[in-house]
Design a protein. Structure first.
Length: 300
């Protein structure tokens, strides 16, 4: 338990936010929380104080974290009538750990700075498992002194914590991360589908590949999901779609072509057309299987 407990706000207690907030409670901090839906029982029964809106969180806490689905959600929570900005006083810090637009993030930071407060964008990678195990990778954009002040709180939630640059750069790093993850899921799906259709045992193929240059976290975790047909999230396809939309929109504005990212997005869209927006993103393989008229593990 920490020797310097802080007054921490946390807005957004979903699949990722709830375990992240739990880590801060475990570290001994006093939390003030608000979420749009029902507060998870284990947080409601903890030392955390429930607030009626985001403004109430900001009024009580010195450092306020947000973990929300998309850019419009963050803007609403920050700047609506009963949002965080309405409860801020000079010297407080806002840390957005959502995965949202880098361009919008820079605007949000300017608006919070104008109130005499600090702002960090700190999106994460590692999924629900990483949040529960406090092993998240955290990509941070903002002032170095503010980062140093908040880092002990990041340490309670993650292991690989990097100050990438100024505001917006953390979000840019997260978009890059999501490009790599999507393309790796697609590659693992193709490989295991090919192996299975050719008559090989996909589980043993995966085991063999884990010992070579093709080894990856995606092959380890999502390859197993594909073989065992366990597509409960995890990280929902609709959220990964949102991240790839950010990648493709940003790429267009930069004049950069991301052809394979576009293909991955189309595969996700195929999954959604089959009712799969809430599948784990490893479920992308189902789009490949539809085109092949064959499922991994099926007998050729």
């Amino acid at each position: 338990m920490t020797t310097t407990p802080l007054k921490i706000g946390f807005v957004g207690l979903g699949i990722m936010g709830a375990p992240m907030a739990t880590q801060l409670i475990k570290a001994g901090h006093q939390l003030y929380v608000y979420t749009r839906g029902k507060i998870p029982d284990h947080i409601a029964e903890s030392s955390a104080t429930k607030c009626t809106n985001a403004r109430g969180v900001a009024e009580r806490a010195d450092i306020i974290f947000t973990m929300l689905p998309d850019t419009p959600d963050v803007e609403t929570v920050l700047f609506a009538e009963y949002g965080i900005a309405a409860g801020l006083t000079k010297g407080k810090t806002v840390v957005d750990m959502s995965s949202i637009s880098p361009i919008a993030t820079k605007d949000f930071a300017r608006r919070i700075n104008a109130l005499g407060c600090d702002y960090l964008d700190a999106p994460v990678s590692g999924g629900e498992v990483g949040a529960k195990n406090a092993t998240l990778s955290i990509m941070v954009g903002g002032d170095e002194a503010v980062f140093a002040r908040v880092k002990p709180l990041f340490d309670a939630m993650g292991k690989n914590i990097t100050l990438v640059g100024g505001n917006g750069d953390g979000q840019t790093a997260k978009v890059a991360n999501q490009i790599i993850v999507a393309l790796n899921i697609e590659a693992v799906g193709e490989a295991l589908l090919f192996a299975s259709r050719a008559g090989a045992d996909p589980a043993r193929v995966r085991q063999a590949l884990m010992g070579g240059f093709a080894s990856s976290k995606i092959l380890e975790v999502h390859g197993e999901r594909m073989i065992k047909r366990t597509f409960d999230p995890g990280f929902r396809i609709e959220l990964h779609q949102k991240d790839l939309n950010l990648a493709l929109a940003s790429a267009r504005s930069l004049g950069v072509s991301l052809p394979n990212t576009a293909i991955a997005q189309q595969l996700f869209s195929t999954c959604v057309s089959y009712g799969g927006k809430a599948w784990d993103h490893s479920g992308m393989v189902r789009a490949l299987e539809k085109m092949a008229n064959f499922e991994i593990g099926q007998k050729p």
